[in-house]
Design a protein around this ligand. Sequence first.
Ligand code: NAD
Length: 387
Amino acid sequence: MKIAVVRETRPGEHRVALVPESCEKLCRAGFDIAIESGAGEAAGYADDAYRAAGAEVESDPAALAQSADILLKVNPPANRDGRAEMDWIRPSTIVVGSLMPLRSPREMEHLAKREATAFSTDAIPRTTRAQAMDTLSSMSSISGYKGVLLAAVALPKYLPMLSSAAGTVFPAKVFVIGAAVAGLQALATAKRLGATVSATDVRPEVQEQIESVGARYVGVELAQDASAGGGYAGELSAEDRERQREMLIDELAKSDVVITTALIGGVFAPRIITAEMVRSMRPGSIIVDLAADGGGNCELSVPGQDVETAGVRVMAPLNLPATMPEHASLLFSRNLTNFVEAFSKEGEFEIDTDDEIQAGCLIAKDGEVVHERTRDALRALVAEATS
Ligand code: NAD
């Protein structure tokens, strides 16, 4: 089978779906690999490195995509930048990538109309067997790390405690809201930089993980269980939001940096920090809203921008993994390669909808959107348009 990779066209995107190391592996597994000339350049992977790894480098992306049996992507295919990427997809092409189906249901419908078989690696079940294929985890970890670095640069203070002839300065206080993959990486990074770290989450089972990276756990006694299954959180009741609000007012006023990563169902961001809470923080404090791609955890976040209110800077960066494209691409590429290899024999990918991993992340097949939550998202769009 032929695996093709084209340049990503999402604005600000610098990642590439396959790096040369993975091309070598997939060639050894019996696949033919072809990549668009320049596709890896922004991530630091030159055409010559792909050639040396056994890939063909092609200059016509339309011909390349149309000849593919498997198309590997970072973002959902799109018709933009003068390229009709979506329309290049032939019936029976297998598309694998971080397709973000719940945020892009229309694109998933389009893929179904093209009769592609589409797998989204961010819908892969969170199981031990699937861990090595989980692009969401690899990318969330980068966001957590980079979010702390952004805060450290913007903060008008040191993060660590420092003693000098001029006396001692005390460490900055970093508070993390939502302690799953991104949040735990943020805690570990801030801790390594010398800050005093603490975190909260609505799933009390994460207390042990928070403490394992040397952070203080700040719990809230919730009236209802906030777990929605699969390790994901659901929405809080009005009563529990009020309980959380009381705790947050206290914690935020003590914090120099607040990093938020909370998502519901792994996709949409609950509003947790109100404008009133921001105003209660000390001037010079920083909020980094890592849930900006899902709409943001802070009422004042403007996705993609930094805004300042009462001396508090609210940063809401989008697509942070794209700002570390070399390692983001390397990890993403390894995840996709693990997915392809797990279901292949002698250069042939086998579709097996009885397999738990494939069934979990299969979005479109035989002209239909088959992923139940994506179908719900499409129904919601139709209902919204007709109301
Ligand atoms: P996520 O991005 O969906 O959410 C981030 C965190 O925000 C979660 O811990 C969630 O509980 C928390 N949150 C949601 N609403 C909140 C609120 N109102 N206030 C405070 N916190 C709130 O999380 P994720 O990184 O996708 O991880 C989800 C789960 O999956 C975790 O349990 C994680 O350990 C698990 N996981 C398992 C695997 C695997 O086994 N292969 C891989 C990755 C993640």
